[in-house]
Write a protein that binds this ligand. Structure first.
Ligand code: SAM
Length: 224
């Protein structure tokens, strides 16, 4: 049995009882970074064998995990933060388990983008989650496609993830492509003590970061 277990995006209390009980029951926990996952597991007194399964190692690890599963062992897949598979190779393991007729059980909870959507006050029934924007190839084409969707009056909220390294570049390009006077939402340090939500126009947000460079840290979700 393969359990796909959502874990907190930061605040260790954001985890379900079912997730904790499942992690206590399995034979193996496949995680991205064993050190990161150990913080959560130690907090809940969970002692289980860990196997790192991340974007650099999944090819060599997938057979080992499938061996466990084929031998009727229980395996939990967790990511460094949030829902496994969103921004990590988890879906490759899920796909392989399905191919090999292994039962897959989702233990759901938090993702960064649903957390940001909850605060945003923006359209939540229709949203387009795009993960990270392409860094180079396809970036401008994607902006043009999004602009066309907007001009066709689609009312969906567009949700993207962004790192501290590219947040200013991305906001500046959004400002160039999209209207400037409408408010967008930028969320950072979600579920942390200094969680911050900004709901201003892009130019106001850029100005805020220019005047408060110390806020340019951690990770971001942008909704527009
Ligand atoms: N699996 C995660 C999820 O379920 O949302 C996504 C992990 S992805 C590798 C990392 C990106 O998610 C970050 O660059 C950021 O855009 C977003 N993110 C994750 N945790 C966040 C947080 N606490 N605050 C703001 N953004 C966060």
């Amino acid at each position: 049995m393969l359990y796909i277990v959502a874990t907190p995006i930061w605040n260790l209390e954001d985890i379900t009882l079912r997730a904790i009980n499942t992690l206590k029951e399995v034979d193996l926990i496949a995680c991205e970074d064993t050190r990161t996952s150990s913080v959560l597991l130690n907090h809940y007194w969970i002692k289980k064998p860990l196997l790192s399964f991340h974007s650099h190692s999944w090819v060599t690890k997938i057979d080992k995990i499938m061996d466990y599963l084929q031998n009727w062992k229980k395996v939990a897949l967790i990511s460094d933060a949030g829902t496994p598979g969103i921004s990590d190779p988890g879906y490759i393991l899920i796909k392989e388990a399905i191919l090999q007729n292994i039962e897959v059980v989702p233990i759901p909870w938090v993702t960064a983008f649903t957390t940001a959507l909850m605060w945003s006050g923006m359209q939540m029934n229709h949203f387009l989650y795009l993960w990270f924007l392409p860094i180079k190839k396809g970036r401008q084409t994607l902006f043009k496609i999004l602009l066309e969707r907007r001009e066709s009056k689609l009312s969906e909220t567009i949700v993207i993830y962004e790192s501290v390294h590219r947040i200013l570049k991305t906001l500046t390009e959004l400002w160039e492509y999209f209207w400037t006077d409408h408010n967008i939402v930028v969320a950072r340090e979600l579920t942390k003590k200094f969680e911050e939500f900004l709901r201003w126009s892009i130019s106001e947000i850029l100005l805020y970061f220019e005047e408060n460079p110390s806020k340019l840290k951690w990770e971001f979700v942008i909704l527009f």
